[in-house]
Design a protein around this ligand. Structure first.
Ligand code: NAP
Ligand code: ZN
Length: 351
């Protein structure tokens, strides 16, 4: 039997989110029913609710940093039991057959993964709806175990901001021998600082906000540079092994690429809707590399959660009721969030 869910949805591009009811699919043998306790608010939610990347599907219930508790399991479920604390990230299915899926790189599924929201459910052909809702039905192979020692609300952002920053840092072998920079101290950026620090790297924050220095250092940064200060970036020419760009808007890439050492790498995870110009001399003169990275696979996401459990890493959050979601979006757009909004889904009430 399908499951009634309460939620907040955008009914059309750019419309404020409002109360919305819908049905989750009936529990299949491999499915888990999860009561959603908390959901983080990612800048990608705003890009998609405003159709900035194109192709958005409405009504849209955003949210892909989902944590809660298992309330029911299908007959074949092996990995989870009722009462377990679990998480769901940015995707809920993939083809499971292609080389990438087999290698645990479901985020690069050649048939494209099924996004947690703004996609089409393979089981029903209906829209997928995300975590700004009371419950979700998910295949057990796409659910994650949340370490018991982590606060559930503060762990929610690990499901996107955590894995999106952990994955490229690990892929590029960042360790204590490296000096890295993080551009943008927002949801992703603050997780990159914590994880980079925990991996032993020297971390510099390159921020457009003057007032984030104290926080950056508290989060684990060794250095802080305000990119708006004239000449500040020029002083860092040839300085870093690795730069992670988490900014949600286009930036002057060359100015930052010049801050890399010979053979240094810049990884883009920020996903602005507009293209960025690139002057190739910043790359070719020092054999620098420019790469991108998308979230992480299920196996790596579990590895990241276990790493965060062992190191007691969680997000810095501002907990909000769902009724404040539109205000939260406006504040994120002004870079006024310290450092992730997390929705307390109890606020949906029972009506
Ligand atoms: P966020 O919390 O809004 O953080 C972005 C930060 O970028 C801001 O706090 C601000 O930091 C800086 N910034 C914003 N506008 C800027 C501008 N015009 N110029 C310079 N700096 C600016 O966003 P988020 O949730 O971390 O997401 C960041 C981006 O990553 C979004 O585009 C999102 O869609 C994308 N994303 C990608 C993936 C992936 O898999 N690749 C996954 C999740 C999210 P300062 O105040 O410190 O400058
Ligand atoms: Zn996200």
């Amino acid at each position: 039997m399908s499951v009634s869910a309460r939620a907040y949805a955008a009914l059309a591009a750019g419309k404020p989110l409002e109360p919305f009811s819908f049905k989750r699919r009936a529990l299949g043998p491999a499915d888990i029913l999860m009561d959603i306790h908390f959901c983080g608010v990612c800048h990608s939610d705003i890009h998609q609710a405003r159709n900035e990347w194109g192709g958005s599907r409405f009504p849209m219930v955003p949210g892909h940093e989902i944590v809660g508790v298992v309330t029911k399991i299908g007959s074949d479920v092996k990995k989870f039991k009722v009462g377990d604390a679990i998480g769901v990230g940015c995707f809920v299915d993939s083809c499971r057959r292609c080389d990438n899926c087999r290698a645990g790189l479901e985020q690069y599924c050649k048939e494209e993964f099924v996004p947690t929201y703004n996609g089409i459910e393979r089981q029903t052909g209906e829209n997928t709806y995300g975590g700004y809702s009371s419950s979700i039905v998910v295949d057990e192979n796409y659910a994650l175990r949340i370490p018991k020692n982590l606060d559930l609300a503060k762990a929610a952002p690990l499901l996107c901001a955590g894995i999106t920053t952990y994955s490229p840092l690990k892929h590029c072998g960042i360790s204590k021998n490296h000096h890295i920079a993080v551009i943008g101290l927002g949801g992703l950026g603050h997780m990159a600082v914590k994880i980079g620090h925990a991996l032993g790297a020297q971390v510099t924050v390159l921020s457009s906000s003057h007032d984030k220095e104290k926080d950056a250092r508290r989060l684990g940064a060794n250095h802080f540079v305000c990119s708006r200060d004239s000449g500040a970036l020029a002083k860092l020419t040839g300085h870093f092994d690795f730069i992670l760009n988490t900014v949600s808007a286009p930036i002057d890439l060359a100015q930052y690429l010049d801050c890399l050492k010979t053979d240094g790498t810049m990884c883009l995870v920020g996903a602005p809707d507009k293209p960025m110009d690139l002057h190739v001399f910043s790359l070719i003169t020092q054999r620098r590399k420019l790469m991108g990275s998308l979230i992480g696979g299920i196996r790596e996401t579990q590895e990241m959660l276990d790493f965060c459990g062992a190191k007691e890493i969680v997000s810095e959050i501002e907990l909000i009721p769902i009724q404040k979601i539109n205000e939260a979006y406006e504040r994120i757009l002004k870079s006024d969030v310290k450092y992730r909004f997390v929705i307390d889904l109890k606020s949906l009430g029972s009506n």
